[in-house]
Design a protein around this ligand. Structure first.
Ligand SMILES: Cc1ncc(COP(=O)(O)O)c(C=O)c1O
Length: 384
């Protein structure tokens, strides 16, 4: 069925996301899916029992719009313990149906027509459409292959009176790069005497390796007072399908974010919020995550060492970049498709994370997988 009238697209250049495309291709060709960023192992049985407990108990109706208070209190405790920052559960913490929702609500709340938003790319694919849909313009800073480091003096040149927001992401999807304390201090400095709000996407906050410490903006009071921090329980508890996340922000910004959130979803899943509040008491569950994924990273790297792919550094997140320049000069989109069809391995071409589709012959592989899946994947990659 087709609507006979005019449908004016608000996102004319946006198609189906590459994640859906590659996942469909992986299914069609019975390939191993290291494309989309989700674990292929189970989440905690205890967490499932807790959700079940609260469902059976009858907590199945709308949660309060900003989230279940018990959960907001647990998040405040955790944030203070980890990053030394106090957030008021009543006025500065909001539970959302996932990180993507939180990002959209945050951008809609503070960004509008004529504003500019500085985006460091490659970046998670929801950022730019969220900016465009709100009538604003994304201004790009390119994180350059192969180390994807930030030159903050160059970023500073992009900031002017129209700049409303800068978006950062650490640990970083798709590159696995992390921001250091020096990065944060430089960011703080370039924003001094400006009105710019920082949106800090920290959904991989617990997935950081090699004894590095996650430099949340919450650790830097002068940055924190102008920041919106995004987190996701999906990444932390292997439950990406539950779509649960939260936003930390100063009171006056939170007030605006909640106005948008209440008309996007109103509230997030009730029994899961109660379950997460209980489960957050188990600190080991999130504090051990870095080591768990570090072992996966090490294992995957060991398996593909000696192949024709070049392993790029990965300091955090659950993504490993591999450069294939030694194998072919095909465009990354074409090579990723061929790898899926002929070698039965699905990955994500990194050009899709740049607005100009910069192609460095690099593919992103998700290693949040059972060791057996990684072994099968590596066996294929070694043959290429
Ligand atoms: C950098 C980044 N931010 C946000 C999200 C969204 O998280 P959620 O699944 O909770 O919406 C993702 C998910 O892949 C991500 O990689």
């Amino acid at each position: 069925m087709i609507f006979s009238g005019t449908v004016k697209s608000k996102l004319p250049n946006t198609g189906t996301t590459i994640f859906s495309v590659m996942t469909a291709l992986a299914q069609e060709h019975k390939s191993i899916n290291l494309a989309q960023g989700f674990p292929d192992f189970a989440c905690s049985k205890e967490l499932i029992s807790l959700v079940n407990k609260y469902m059976v108990k009858g907590l199945n109706q709308y949660a309060p719009m900003p989230g279940v208070m018990k959960l907001r209190e647990r998040i405040a405790e955790k944030t203070e313990k980890l990053y030394g920052a106090k957030f008021d559960p009543d006025k500065e913490i909001t539970i959302t149906p996932g990180g993507t929702h939180a990002i959209y609500a945050a951008i809609s709340a503070v960004v509008g027509e004529g504003d500019e938003v500085v985006v460091l790319e490659p970046c998670y694919d929801s950022y730019v459409p969220a900016i465009s849909l709100n009538g604003a313009k994304a201004v790009f800073y390119e994180l350059k292959y192969p180390d994807y480091k930030v030159d903050w003096e160059e970023v500073k040149k992009l900031i002017n009176f129209k700049t409303r927001m800068i978006m950062i992401n650490t640990p970083h999807n798709p590159t696995g790069a992390i921001l250091t304390d020096q990065d944060m201090l430089k960011l703080q400095k370039i924003l001094d005497n400006t009105d710019v709000i920082v949106l800090s996407d920290e959904v991989y906050e617990h997935i950081i390796f090699d004894k590095q410490i996650h430099q949340s903006v919450a650790r830097f009071p002068k940055l924190s007072e102008r920041s919106i921090i995004i987190s996701s329980f999906g990444k932390t508890y292997h439950t990406t399908g539950w779509k649960m996340g939260y936003v930390l922000a100063p009171e006056n910004i939170t007030k605006e974010i909640r106005k948008v959130h209440q008309f996007m979803a109103f509230s997030a899943n009730t029994p899961i919020q109660y379950a997460l509040a209980d489960y957050l008491e188990n600190e080991a569950a999130y504090l051990s995550l870095g080591q768990f994924y570090e072992e996966k990273r090490n294992y995957f790297q060991k398996l593909v060492r000696g192949s024709n792919f070049k392993i790029l550094p990965c300091h955090g997140s659950y993504f490993q970049l591999l450069n294939y320049a030694k194998i072919t000069q095909e465009r990354d989109i074409e090579f990723a498709a061929r790898l899926t069809k002929e070698h039965k391995i699905a990955s994500i071409p990194t050009s899709v994370f740049y607005h100009k589709n910069n192609d460095n012959n690099v593919l992103r592989f998700c290693f949040a997988k059972e060791n057996e899946t990684l072994e099968k994947a590596a066996e294929q990659l070694m043959k290429v």
